[in-house]
Design a protein around this ligand. Structure first.
Ligand SMILES: *[C@@H]1O[C@H](CO)[C@@H](O)[C@H](O)[C@H]1NC(C)=O
Ligand SMILES: *[C@@H]1O[C@H](CO)[C@@H](O)[C@H](O)[C@H]1NC(C)=O
Ligand SMILES: *[C@@H]1O[C@H](CO)[C@@H](O)[C@H](O)[C@H]1NC(C)=O
Ligand SMILES: *[C@@H]1O[C@H](CO)[C@@H](O)[C@H](O)[C@H]1NC(C)=O
Ligand SMILES: *[C@@H]1O[C@H](CO)[C@@H](O)[C@H](O)[C@H]1NC(C)=O
Ligand SMILES: *[C@@H]1O[C@H](CO)[C@@H](O)[C@H](O)[C@H]1NC(C)=O
Ligand SMILES: *[C@@H]1O[C@H](CO)[C@@H](O)[C@H](O)[C@H]1NC(C)=O
Ligand SMILES: *[C@@H]1O[C@H](CO)[C@@H](O)[C@H](O)[C@H]1NC(C)=O
Ligand SMILES: *[C@@H]1O[C@H](CO)[C@@H](O)[C@H](O)[C@H]1NC(C)=O
Ligand SMILES: *[C@@H]1O[C@H](CO)[C@@H](O)[C@H](O)[C@H]1NC(C)=O
Length: 871
């Protein structure tokens, strides 16, 4: 498809017509339901003005450099850097205008969190959910480095990832596979490690989607409809959904992307409480905030609320050459409705971030096009009449990243069940392989745009969070390369003529897909509305048929998230279940690495596997209510995934964190020691802010944005900062600023550094455990630490919450490693909504730290102020 038809058919139509009800093919449509309006109690209070960036010492040098430049910029240059040039108006999925006088190029922003989207000679890494399942911090970092290197090599300034929201509140949610798992700490560690890795290469990471984007359907506002409102109470926001964002900011993330939806009936891209109050004040965010694509819904209001960049620049209806910002931002500066100091802060944040990651020195310009795979083509496809040139240089950025991609996919592989030690397979075992998920895409590699289909092995979900596969090693190819005794039936209907002997082992491949809302696959509009939590393509029937014929069945599952296994998991012949998550390009090799025993599996579930969908709270179902704004109220509060199952006394099929190995591990000598004393319930007072740049805040001369001052040839529909006759605009002195605009905010007591008050991140307790491989094969162990808080805090709190984890190195039989798990003040605190601060039990009294290999397997308990023992 051309860029144009892809835009219209693929993105705009579904977004604009999203008001039409999506057919609900779900047999148990109870999980796709309508809701009453519960918004009354959920409002977003105003929070103004925007705190200026530059007060954190880590960023001081970058802000000083930015100051030298921004103080000399004209209004046109400043507006240029805040506004995208328009949809399809450049090589990247979005780019800002430039400021050539200062060497600042059009800043290129490109998807995705798992590799460079719509490009070539790039690596298609496993997505977030797979990375989370490794529970391996070093690998998370290494993958981030590789991602950043590829972006840099293609000339991408800002890579649109990692995704740390959705958190996975809704098991049917379409994009839960882009994040790292249904727990704030797993999500936070995955996100922060990715950010650190990516940014070590000079690429700016963009953490998204801020916040509450837990379902795909009805996420977006347009001229016809309003996106849903995620109504989240303050404590739940802080203890669950905000936690990963706070850790990303603490890791120094350079940019933050807003979500499409509203929070408390105020759109995320113009919600002053979220942007000014929480991100920029409480969490001390120093980088810049941008919209999601076409998620910009107002001009003055979004600027005042703390937005710094709009993407791809277009206004309500894309490609008409208008914007809420661009020339309208110039106008609102000249007419006084956006204060000059707000624009100066916007631009300073952008330029400072560009300096912070060294992009002023030898950073490549884009050498690829997101719009076409041809070598030459229009430079601005959205312009209709555009100059042409070389748009793709086909630069190979893969280096040896396939090694990392394979390691992540391999270490994520989660063995749920292994009766009679049927795994690992021997190389001479007689194998019968079933399922289209073992093979390739029958229509060809990458034949579905943005991976919008489920054909062959499922390597990733669909939508903008994808990349083209440079090549794909299918399970079939990898198995065939190892086994001379394998018979393949790459079909989802069990063949009637297959013969079975008692020596045969049947490997049955099934999958479950989901993705972003602008593509519907097999009746699923992003969210799994039609498929529910079941395997696709009658996968349950395929397993059952194989289990009837063969006495040894191994089920291999590629899935975006929780999947139901009840129809077959207890069948006598189903001996093993392997969840290989979404493996990316190295699907086959990573799987055979484990199946044939070269490596022991060491992945653990990043969510629970339920017995029934009705085991979840009703409030986490997909809401289908096409008329009026959907009110999605988070009534389950903190009780999502395992927090809910434990609270409701429901035993899931497989608990969060579960994962077997081919070997076994013994834990010994657990110890706990105190690091920083928790001698008060609240942390020590925050430090005050450092200084921020001070500019001349007078309204600049209108001539700086006058078309008559320019000499270049204008490109039709391109977004510029210029106006005709701007001299006619006069500044009004009585512009109705939003309530509270004029006040100076007191510094929030929970703030004081990136991520919050630095005192909450000090290590409070250190736990050490000796891990010994007491089995017969080499392998890696994962230690998970869950906190149990005392009732003395007076708040209803989930009884177990993951707060730390570590993976050992590969231990040979008999070998030991001492693992250290550090717990901070924040880890044992609750969010006190009255004090607006983190509150811990004094001296940690009553806090218990549970350690083990899943939330349901915690043999060690350490009592703060006491000792560790075996429970
Ligand atoms: C949303 O409303 C709830 C309930 O009033 C409140 O606790 C919370 O702070 C609000 N959050 C935002 C971001 O406005
Ligand atoms: C602005 O530019 C001038 C020369 O072009 C330079 O000397 C000065 O340092 C720059 N910065 C400021 C803050 O004036
Ligand atoms: C604004 O950006 C455009 C490119 O997007 C560039 O052509 C123009 O020169 C820039 N304006 C200024 C004043 O730098
Ligand atoms: C100033 O311009 C902006 C952008 O066009 C507009 O939204 C706003 O209403 C104007 N304000 C005044 C006071 O004219
Ligand atoms: C493209 O990639 C090459 C190799 O990484 C790099 O040297 C170059 O600067 C990039 N950009 C352009 C516009 O050539
Ligand atoms: C991985 O990349 C290396 C270096 O580019 C290459 O030699 C090797 O063949 C690749 N592996 C696979 C499985 O394609
Ligand atoms: C595979 O080889 C082992 C010995 O190496 C033998 O015991 C076993 O029977 C063989 N299995 C098959 C299916 O041939
Ligand atoms: C096939 O297997 C051999 C030996 O295990 C290995 O060296 C080779 O890389 C494999 N080839 C592919 C394409 O995976
Ligand atoms: C501040 O900017 C205004 C408008 O450009 C200008 O008239 C004034 O001289 C500047 N003030 C200083 C102190 O530079
Ligand atoms: C701020 O308040 C002062 C005094 O009440 C008033 O004169 C001024 O116009 C206000 N400014 C804004 C931006 O509301």
């Amino acid at each position: 498809m051309t860029a144009w038809t892809r835009l219209v058919v693929g993105f705009l139509l579904p977004q604009l017509l999203v008001a039409s009800p999506v057919p609900d093919a779900a047999p148990d449509s109870v999980k796709v339901e309508q809701r009453d309006d519960e918004s009354v109690d959920y409002q977003s209070p105003p929070y103004y003005p925007t705190p200026h960036g530059g007060w954190v010492s880590d960023w001081a040098e970058a802000y000083e450099k930015a100051y030298q430049v921004v103080s000399n910029m004209t209004l046109a240059e400043k507006v240029n850097l805040t506004t995208g040039t328009g949809f399809f108006m450049g090589p990247c999925v979005g780019q800002t205008g430039s400021a050539p006088r200062f060497g600042v190029p059009n800043i290129c922003l490109q998807d995705s969190p798992l590799g460079i989207r719509n490009s070539d000679h790039n690596t298609a890494f496993p997505p977030g959910i797979t990375t989370g399942a490794t529970f391996n911090k070093e690998l998370m970092y290494e993958r981030g480095v590789a991602l950043g290197e590829e972006s840099r090599g293609k000339g991408v300034n800002v890579q649109l990832g990692p995704a740390v929201g959705p958190l996975g509140r809704k098991p049917r949610g379409g994009r839960i596979w882009e994040g790292f798992g249904a727990d704030p700490v797993l999500q936070a560690v995955g996100g922060a490690q990715t950010i650190k890795g990516m940014q070590s290469t000079g690429t700016i990471a963009s953490m998204k989607h801020f916040i509450g984007n837990e379902q795909e359907m009805y996420r977006m506002s347009s001229i016809i409809t309003k996106g849903y409102s995620s109504n989240i109470d303050d404590r739940t926001l802080h203890e669950l959904y905000l936690w990963p964002f706070a850790e990303g900011i603490r890791a120094g993330v350079g940019s933050l992307m807003t979500a499409y939806n509203d929070v408390n009936s105020s759109a995320c891209s113009q919600n002053s409480k979220l942007l000014n109050g929480i991100a920029k004040d409480e969490l001390g965010f120093q980088g810049f905030i941008l919209t999601d694509w076409l998620g910009h819904y107002s001009g003055v209001a979004s600027a005042l609320a703390g937005l710094d960049m709009c993407m791809p620049g277009d206004g309500a209806v894309p490609l008409f050459g208008d914007s809420y910002w661009g020339s309208e931002l110039s106008r609102s500066i000249l007419n006084g409705s956006v204060p000059v100091n707000r624009l100066n802060d916007m631009v300073t944040r952008i330029v400072a971030t560009w300096y912070k990651f060294g992009q002023d020195k030898d950073y490549p310009l884009p050498n690829f096009s997101t719009n076409t795979q041809d070598e030459t083509g229009p430079l601005y496809p959205g312009a209709l009449f555009s100059p042409s040139g070389v748009v793709n240089q086909f630069v190979n950025v893969q280096a040896d990243h396939n090694v990392t991609a394979r390691a992540v996919a391999r270490e994520a592989i989660t063995l749920l069940k292994n009766d009679q030690g049927i795994l690992p397979l021997r190389r001479n075992d007689s194998l019968k392989i079933f399922g289209s998920d073992a093979g390739g895409n029958s229509d060809g590699l990458n034949s579905c745009s943005d991976q919008g289909c489920d054909k062959g092995v499922l390597t990733m979900g669909w939508g903008s969070g994808t990349a083209r596969l440079p090549y794909l090693i299918t399970p079939q190819e990898a198995i065939a390369n190892i086994s001379k005794n394998a018979e393949f039936h790459i079909t989802d209907s069990f063949p009637s003529d297959v013969t079975a002997t008692s020596k045969d082992i049947a490997l049955v491949f099934i999958n479950a897909d989901s993705g972003e809302n602008y593509i519907t696959v097999e009746g699923n509009p992003g969210d799994r509305t039609a498929a529910g939590l079941n395997a696709w393509h009658n996968g349950d029937d395929l397993v059952k048929a194989a289990a009837q014929k063969f006495s040894n069945v191994v089920v291999i599952v590629h899935t975006v998230g929780p999947i139901l296994m009840e129809e077959w998991v207890d069948l006598k012949s189903v001996k093993a279940v392997v969840v290989a998550h979404l493996p990316g390009q190295e699907a086959g090799n990573s799987l055979t690495d484990v199946l044939f025993g070269d490596y022991s599996p060491s992945g653990h579930l990043p969510y629970s596997i339920p017995r029934s969908e009705s085991d979840y709270p009703d409030s986490v179902s997909i809401i289908n209510q096409p008329f009026g704004q959907i009110q999605d109220t988070y009534t389950e509060g903190l009780y999502v995934d395992y927090r809910h199952f434990i609270n409701a006394n429901i035993t899931p099929r497989y608990p969060f964190g579960h994962g077997l190995s081919y070997t076994t591990f013994k834990f010994s000598n657990p110890t706990i020691s105190e690091a920083t004393a928790l001698d008060s319930a609240y942390p020590p007072a925050r430090p005050s802010k450092g200084s921020t740049p001070v500019y001349n805040d007078s309204i600049p001369s209108a001539s700086e944005v006058s078309w008559s001052s320019t000499t270049f040839t204008r490109i039709w529909r391109y977004l510029y900062p210029y106006l005709d006759n701007p001299q006619s605009i006069t500044a009004s002195n009585d512009y109705p600023y939003p309530e509270g605009y004029n006040t100076t905010q007191p510094e929030p007591r929970a703030g004081g550094g990136q991520g919050g008050n630095p005192a909450i991140f000090k290590t409070a307790f250190t736990v050490q455990v000796q891990v010994t491989n007491n089995g017969a094969r080499k392998g890696k162990a994962v230690l998970q630490l869950y906190v149990e808080l005392p009732s003395s805090l007076g708040l209803d709190t989930p009884s177990l919450q993951l707060r730390q984890f570590e993976k050992t190195k590969e231990l040979a039989p008999g070998q030991s490693e001492t693992v250290t798990l550090e717990i901070t003040r924040k880890d044992v605190s609750v969010w006190d909504v009255v004090a607006q601060d983190w509150k811990a039990p004094v001296n940690g009294e009553g806090v218990k730290l549970w350690i083990g290999q899943s939330v349901a397997d915690l043999p060690i308990v350490c009592v703060v102020g006491g000792q560790c023992s075996f429970a």
